[in-house]
Design a protein around this ligand. Sequence first.
Ligand code: SF4
Length: 476
Amino acid sequence: MGRFVEAADRHQASFLPACLEDYVDADNAVRIIDAFVDELDLAELGFARVQPASTGRPGYAPGTMLKLYVYGYLHQLTSSRKLEREAGRNIELMWLTGKLVPDFKTIADFRHDNARAIQIACQRFVAICGLVGGGMVAIDGSRLRAVNTHEKNYTKGKLARRKAHVEESIARYLAELEEADSAAIGPATPRIAHLTERLASLRGRLSELEEIGRQLQAAPDEQISLTDPDARAMATGSDHRGVVGYNVQAAVDTKHHIVVANEVTNRGHDRSHLLEMAKAAQAEIGASEMIALADRGYYEGEQIRSCAEAGIIPMVPKPNTSPAQARGFWGKAEFVHEPETDTYRCPAGQQLQKRFARVEGGKLIGVYFNQKACGACASRPLCTAGKEKRIRRWEHEAVLDAMERKLNAMPEAMAVRRCTVEHVFGTIKGWMGATHFRTRGLRNVATETSLTILAYNIKRAIAVAGVASTIKAIAG
Ligand code: SF4
């Protein structure tokens, strides 16, 4: 006869292990959290109330609170209420905090009051886990949703559309009211009362929108988010509406996939982030020459040049944005720059000389062409719609050419980038759930990101080195 595993009888007297230590295995991740936080100099990191006050009710030690948060983010328990509940019933947390159960307000205040210190503390794990140093990082950014719906975000275009919609409704209700008025005999009918009420509400909405319009004019980037004022509408590849949120940037070590640097901004594009992310990663890795892999979104001449000057080897593919190519003509890639003569060799073998230079968008751009050769060229219909083909070249474009040659010599670079960094964001977004962030404001959101990334790094450290070795590395 079959049988199931037998459960213990609730009423059976038993001898449970006498101390909390017996409930936590040697390879439990909670031991890493304990060792890591104990290793930190919390006063130096800027945590408040590191020394207990000599008067008043004793507070909770910042180390205990930090352990509680790190544990929470490691197990997707990110709300202060959940953490309070778990602290009272979760045996690992009892072990970690010494059975302390702070109330949710104290927990939430700790994260709010120590935002910057928590961010620095989380970053320290990278240096002390001893798992970085591959000399190569992959940089990427992802847009994460803020606590702010699309409806509570306004840009000029959105405001105009919403105003037009309300005005259209007002016009429709007015027409209906006029019709009802002319049909009504005696006191106002219920329909008139209903229409009047709706009109008043729509007029109220219109004045709200007009007020938002005034605020929008004063906003530096002509955008307003009502619930989380720091959140911004950003385009994403996966959702045609984009997201109202933040741009989370990460630099990930390609050797062990540890996130070595992160940054949260409310700039919706990546092109101005390459240098700051690469420099932050370089400082963490300590490599004098470091390769930084990034996708086309990071291709920006000055950023790439500054990276090269800082001893960073950027690897960023060129975006396919040639307007001539889009119109069916030969793109710039078909024209080869010859540095010895500073000329371009065109597909017909002709030489295009630099004729003049001008400043465009703050960059000095040389313009190359050969009017005579183009005038007599049989391939001109494939090359240009004008009288001659003109090629524009930035004065520092040699840096971009050198980068392209390196990329061609390393065809696996973009596959390495993808494998290294994309699953980081996939995992983090999965952990954060549908709404991503819980808190509001750039500072608080950056703290959430730091805690999430620390949790990710702890999991990576366990996967790569195991609990015992990680604790050993932390202890130095
Ligand atoms: S049109 Fe001018 S630039 Fe183009 S292939 Fe002919 S000679 Fe070369």
